[in-house]
Design a protein around this ligand. Structure first.
Ligand code: GLU
Length: 322
């Protein structure tokens, strides 16, 4: 694949942005501060299973907020749209991911499933016999997207559990308004563990491609989610996936996406391909600096913007197929 134009493009972007020194590695979860700011990987996986990769694609890290997309899908499939909508809205906030200020004034719902409040409420809806069963079911679901059974990074889970007062406060506020039922500590433990699932950049590429492929993992052929729910994931990613940069991202990159504080970003070109970038230094919005730059250039270079009129989606895949 070395002479393929997509491979050449990601190699040149990797070379261009590797020397970038902007941004800071997240440290509010102490364990995340151990990340090397030089880690940098890019992965593109097409719906027909072609892979283009460069850099630190095997380097493991915790998935953090990118997990929110996948548990939202699971909660939708298990509990239905109506229940989800009664507990978690679908409005972009323009606020930071951990904003404590807002629950919808009338409904008291968190605004959307991509901010922490909405994600904690979403995870609390995942059913199971007990906490172990619920966690195992979540891990099995992630395994279908990744193509192998994932595991949890216990030090990161414990690090967030002991430092996560802000999320704890959000959870208590939501229980006050009956948006979360039951034991707050169990709901938070499940959420913190989901955020501490270990992935690498290749995994994220396959996960994004699984969404692009309407719920079927293109590398294993296994279905991870019913295709009916893909539109829910894509629309919330598009409007809410990039923290308080979501509007500018939609304008400039024009793809459904989700980022996480350990430095990952996934972006989806529906029916075509998944993109993943991993690089820990974050900008002021909490998005990977190199990740944003790479995605902007990929969107421009491959003409991926959802509303671009220059090239129809099918033509993009035809070009990649050669
Ligand atoms: N576990 C992190 C938190 O709740 C996830 C935040 C993120 O990646 O945006 O603060």
């Amino acid at each position: 694949m070395a002479d393929h134009f997509v491979q050449q493009l990601i190699e040149s972007l990797h070379e261009k942005y590797l020397p970038c020194r902007e941004g800071k590695v997240a440290s509010y979860i102490p364990e995340l501060a151990k990340a090397n700011p030089d880690w940098f990987g890019i992965s593109i996986v097409t719906v027909d299973g072609q892979r283009f990769e460069v850099g630190d694609i095997d380097q493991t890290f915790t998935i953090q907020s990118i997990s929110k997309v996948f548990t939202y899908g699971m909660a939708l499939a298990e509990r239905g749209r109506e229940t989800l909508l009664s507990r978690v809205g679908v409005e972009p906030t323009g606020d930071p991911f951990n904003s404590i200020i807002r629950l919808d004034e009338n409904s008291k719902r968190p605004d959307n499933p991509m901010v922490n409040a909405g994600a904690i409420a979403t995870t609390s809806l995942i059913p199971g016999k007990d906490i172990t069963d619920r966690l195992n079911r979540i891990l099995t679901m992630f395994g279908q997207y990744i193509g192998r059974t994932p595991y949890i990074d216990v030090p990161t889970f414990l690090s967030e559990r002991t430092s996560g007062d802000r999320n704890r406060a959000l959870a208590y506020l939501m229980r006050h308004f009956s948006m979360i039922e039951g034991d707050i500590d169990l709901a938070l433990d499940l959420y913190f563990q989901q955020c501490a699932i270990v992935v690498n950049c290749q995994d994220l590429g396959v996960m994004a491609a699984t969404i692009a492929n309407r719920g079927v993992n293109p590398c294993t052929g296994e279905r991870a989610i019913e295709s009916d729910y893909i539109r829910d994931l894509l629309s919330t990613m598009y409007t809410c996936g990039m923290y308080n940069f979501a509007g500018e991202w939609a304008y400039k990159v024009g793809l459904p996406a989700k980022s996480g504080v350990s430095g990952g970003i996934i972006a989806v070109v529906p029916n075509q391909l998944g993109i993943a970038v991993f690089s820990p230094p974050l900008d002021g919005n909490g998005n990977s600096v190199r990740g944003i730059r790479v995605c902007e250039e990929l969107s421009h270079g491959l003409d991926l913007h959802m509303f671009s009129s220059q090239m129809q989606c099918q033509q993009i895949l035809d070009r990649i197929r050669g």
